[in-house]
Design a protein around this ligand. Structure first.
Ligand code: ADP
Ligand code: MG
Length: 235
């Protein structure tokens, strides 16, 4: 609900590329156990916000806090160790490693070093069959997206950041993805989904924030917010 504490909290974020202002004072909180979505037209600043949370872009102004700790100046790898996992809009798996090895790389980034994490995550994502021993190179996009998600999850993150997780997936794969993400949220993870697919957002998100020109212009439950977005958010 509205009083749930925010695991990850951004305040008054400003970000620039040269003289261009891509984020113009964004406040965003991610509560534990909830799926938060950010939608908006191309160029709105969604990926820029994502990078500021993940640590791959330093904001010009503003702060990012993880469980109350100021992490604004921490680089991405340090944030990963503290429990912020992410996926990439352009798939980022190691092509010569097998599926299971890719997931093991993710587990090794964990501060907890849970030995069961790899097997549990492979099972959760349906990657525990013969595909586990296949090199990532050459696997279909839908499978690679699951490998990438598994890599992120094997670290046992408190916060999971997803940029366009449904890109390149068919309807059945999107439905399977939605089930997995809901299960993660039910487990207490704070999820952020930056997504073009408004049907997925409507199905998945507890709260939706609409971005336009570097600002959040509307926030609320999907049923209240998404009909104001309409076709403007379609790619
Ligand atoms: P979205 O993810 O919502 O499509 P982005 O955050 O990628 O939006 O981009 C926001 C704005 O910043 C756009 O106008 C985009 O052209 C610009 N932008 C994004 N990345 C860069 C960059 N590396 N250099 C210059 N401008 C950029
Ligand atoms: Mg983007």
């Amino acid at each position: 609900g509205a009083t749930a504490p925010h695991v990850l909290e951004a305040r008054a974020l400003h970000a620039c590329y040269g003289g261009f202002t891509a984020l113009d004072g964004v406040d965003l909180g991610l509560p534990a156990g909830r799926v938060t979505a950010v939608v908006g037209p191309n160029g709105a600043g969604k990926s820029t916000l994502f990078h500021c949370l993940a640590g791959t872009l330093r904001p010009a102004r503003g702060s990012v806090r993880l469980a109350g700790r100021d992490i604004t100046r921490l680089p991405a790898h340090a944030r990963t160790r503290l429990g912020i996992a992410r996926t990439f809009q352009q798939l980022a798996v190691f092509p010569t490693l097998t599926v299971a090895e890719n997931v093991r790389v993710g587990a090794e980034q964990s501060r907890r070093g849970d030995p069961g994490a790899v097997e549990r995550t492979l099972r959760l994502l349906g990657l525990d069959g013969p595909v586990r021993a296949r090199p990532a190179a050459g696997l279909p996009t839908g499978t690679l997206r699951r490998v990438e998600l598994a890599r992120a999850l094997a670290a046992g993150p408190r916060v999971l950041l997803l940029d366009e997780p449904a890109a390149g997936l068919d309807t059945a794969e999107v439905a399977a993805l939605a089930r997995i993400l809901k299960a993660l949220a039910a487990d207490g993870t704070a999820l952020l989904v930056v997504e073009h697919d408004l049907d997925l957002v409507a199905d998945l998100a507890d709260v939706v924030h609409v971005m336009t020109a570097g600002r959040i212009v509307a926030s609320g439950p999907p049923g209240h917010v998404l009909d104001t977005v309409g076709e403007a958010n379609r790619p």
